[in-house]
Structure formats: C-alpha cells, structure tokens
Write a protein that binds this ligand. Structure first.
Ligand code: NAP
Ligand code: MG
Length: 401
C-alpha cells in the first residue's frame, strides 16, 4: 500500500529504559510500515540530557510550542542512585516538570478501556478523565515548626515592603506545633480552568470541579469564582452540546464520581488531583492502560503514557530475558499525537489510521492476547487469556492492523 503522508512534523521526545525499547518497536512494527512518518526528533534519554546540560528538554518543549503536537516516551527523573548509575554531571530536574513549566499546561489522564478488563468499580463503564492543577497549594509551600510560646502571623506587605495587614495564625502558648503557608495565583487558576473547559468541549464530556469553599472562604472561594468567570466564556458552547458544568464541594464530588458511570472530566486542585488520580488509575486496573496528555492554554498538545520507564522490566531485558511489558499507553500516546496532527492539518487519512491502530490494539486484548500485567484482570466467558511477550504483543496488534 502507499504510505499515508504527513504535512507537518510531530515533535518526538525519546526516553529511557524499557519504554525506550518499546518506543523503537512501536515505530518499527506499527507505524513506519503504514505512515511516511515525519517527526522532529529529540533524544530525552538521560545520557543525552546529561550530555546537553538538559538543553535538549527545553528545546523539545519550545519545538512543541512551534508545531503544536508532541509525543513523549517515559523518562527517568534522576535521584541519588541514578547519579551513580549514569555517572551524571547534575541531578537534572524532571523533564515533565520542565516541559510543563514551558508550556504552562494541564495534564489530563484517561484510562483506556477494553471489554474483559473490568474496573474495580463496576459502574465505571466509561473513562473518568482527571485533570490536576499542577501549580501551588501545598506543593509550593513554606512551613515551620514552632516551639511552645511562639506565635505565627500571616503578614502582607505592599509594593514598597510596608506592612499593610497582619493576622494571627496561632498563638502556640502551652504547646509547640507546626504552621504552613500556601499560595496560588489567579493567572495559573485561570489557565487551568481554560484548559479544562476546552478539553471537556473537545471530548464532549461533562465536567466537575470541586473545592472546599465552605471551609476555605477566601482561598478555595477564589478557585470557585475564577472557574465560574471562565465558564461564562464557554457556557454557550456547553449548552449547545448539552454538556453540564457542575461546581460542588470536594466530598460531594467524590461521592458523585463513585456513583457515576464515568464519562466525565474531573478537574481537581493540586492535592486532590495527586491523590484522586492514583485512586482512579488503580481502579481501572493497570498503569499500562493509563494515557496522559498535557494541554497548554493556547492549545498545544503533548501525549504520553502515565507510567514510568518500567525499570524492573528493563533490567531483565538488559540481562537478555524477555519481558511482557504493556505498550498500550505508549501506543495511545502515538495515536493521540497522530490523530491531533491529522485534525490540525485536515489529514483524514492520518486520523483514520490512528483510529484503526487504537481499535486493533483494543481488539487484540479483547480477543485474549495481552501482556502479563493484564492477565489477572481479564475475565471474559469463553476466552482464556494468553500472555505474550513485549514484542509478540506488538506483532499481534500488527496482524489485526
Ligand atoms: P513505573 O515505571 O511506572 O513502574 C512501576 C511498576 O508498575 C513496574 O515495575 C511494573 O510493575 C508496573 N508497570 C508500570 N508500567 C507498566 C507497563 N507498561 N507494563 C507492565 N507493568 C507496568 O514506575 P517506577 O518504577 O516508580 O519508576 C521508574 C522510572 O520511571 C523512574 O526513574 C521514574 O523517575 C520514571 N518515571 C517517569 C515518568 C514519566 O516520564 N512520565 C512517570 C513516572 C516515573 P511490576 O514490576 O510489578 O511488573
Ligand atoms: Mg499521586
């Protein structure tokens, strides 16, 4: 067959360990035979980040601003152990953090559902997409431990540094304790709100947002008000599509989510998103089935798997053993990027190819061929699941494609 042509490149961010191996195979087995793939390649593997003083990460993010669509492989965020393992010059920051700062984006995580793999919450028939605000609150806090007899104040100064307001947080007479200062910025909340409303509209799903504004009457109330203001810009489009925007209290949101059938975008404050994204991901089964996209307020997209580089599997692979590593989320990162590129370029062939690749991937699992992580989760009458190794699984998809 003639290969599908592309007009604009996708920014390709290569990564580390087992996912770097899967990356190469996905391209070779599932994409290159069918698509005349155009990418601008950036090697975000840890050795190259170290060799370039991490400028490669910054350059890849800037390229994403230019082209609008990127696909990223999982990467190592170095810690002390990686410093010696890779003989690093510096403990480089998380590439995802760097890219997110440059794109000022919001991360949306969505599970990939297959028949036979039941959620731990059986009523969740459709994906719950979770958006986490990735700035401020407890993640950019200052905190202190106080001794008995000390007092903590919240002090506000004006531009010239003159004190304008002062509130007692607590008088620690009698017992020492702890105090914490947190903040958030209107601009960050606003761009988070835009990213969420835009995503919900694009996906055609209703949206929930929740805080605890009955208790936090100024801080959380600010989030609620900004979301409401921003929603007014999207209200007509939501109503036209028959989509609901619901603001509620966080505890009520949790109850609604558990009772729901899924099919909703859940926008969360930073801490709620940290906790709830792990709960939602676990409930849907395997980390290998969770996809993720970073969307900037001006509509740039970076697609990736939600999991890491699967180090334990990589060490086995390196020792010559075969692994059974789930490539579904990484495949969906590619299809997400190809589909978005196709939509932006009016390239229907590319969109259709991405859809077919997704369907072939899901069909492979639904017909009983899957990686080891899914075997204990799979239940379908008349189908005995068969465990394939990493490469066999990709070939089983290719057969259907
Ligand atoms: P991980 O790579 O997500 O793996 C944790 C465990 O989850 C694996 O050992 C494996 O369990 C299971 N798992 C995850 N993905 C799987 C898949 N696709 N197929 C089968 N099983 C899968 O997390 P980690 O071990 O904590 O982190 C490893 C490295 O990844 C770290 O250097 C970290 O910095 C990096 N990381 C990167 C990103 C990113 O780039 N977005 C995100 C998270 C972590 P079993 O071992 O039981 O099979
Ligand atoms: Mg978490």
């Amino acid at each position: 067959m003639a290969k599908i042509q592309m007009t604009t490149p996708i920014v390709e961010m290569d990564g580390d360990e087992m996912t770097r191996i899967l990356w190469k195979w996905i391209k070779e087995i599932l994409i290159l035979p069918y698509v005349d793939l155009k990418t601008e390649y950036y090697d975000l593997g840890l050795p190259n980040r170290d060799a370039t003083g991490d400028t490669v990460t910054v350059e890849s993010a800037i390229a994403t601003k230019r082209y609008g669509v990127a696909v990223k492989c999982a990467t190592i965020t170095p810690n002390a152990q990686r410093m010696t393992e890779y003989n690093l010059h510096q403990m480089w920051k998380s590439p995802n953090g760097t890219i997110r700062r440059i794109l000022d984006g919001t991360v949306f995580r969505a599970p990939i559902l297959c028949k036979g793999i039941r959620s731990y919450v059986p009523t969740w028939e459709k994906p719950i997409v979770l958006a986490r605000h990735a700035y401020g609150d407890v993640y950019n806090n200052v905190e202190e431990k106080l001794d008995s007899g000390e007092k903590a104040y919240l002090v506000v100064t004006d531009k010239e540094g003159r004190e304008v307001r002062r509130q007692l947080v607590h008088d620690f007479n009698g017992s020492g304790g702890v105090v914490q200062g947190v903040h958030n910025c209107d601009e960050s909340i606003r761009s988070f709100a835009h990213a969420c409303f835009r995503y919900a509209l694009e996906q055609g799903v209703p949206m929930y947002f929740a805080t605890k504004d009955t208790i936090s009457k100024t801080y959380d109330r600010r989030f609620k008000d900004i979301f409401q203001e921003v929603y007014e810009e999207y209200r007509a489009a939501f109503e036209e599509k028959g989509l609901e925007y619901l603001y509620t209290l966080i505890d009520d949101a949790v109850a609604r989510i558990v009772r729901s059938r899924g099919g909703v975008l859940w926008a969360c404050k930073n801490y709620d998103g940290d906790v709830m994204s792990d709960m939602v991901a676990t409930a849907y089964g395997s980390l290998g089935m969770m996809s993720s996209v970073l969307v900037s307020p001006d509509g740039k997209y970076e697609y990736e798997a939600a999991h890491g580089t699967v180090t334990r599997h990589y060490y086995k692979y390196r020792d010559g053993e075969t692994t059974s590593t789930n490539s579904v989320a990484t495949i969906f990162a590619w299809t997400g990027a190809l589909k978005k590129r196709g939509e932006l370029d009016g390239n229907g062939e590319l969109v259709a190819f991405a859809d077919r690749l997704e369907r072939a991937t899901v069909a492979t699992i639904e017909e009983g061929e899957m990686t080891g992580d899914l075997i204990p989760l799979f239940h379908m009458e008349g189908v005995t699941p068969k465990k394939l190794d990493s490469e066999q699984f990709l070939r089983a998809i290719a057969k259907r494609l």
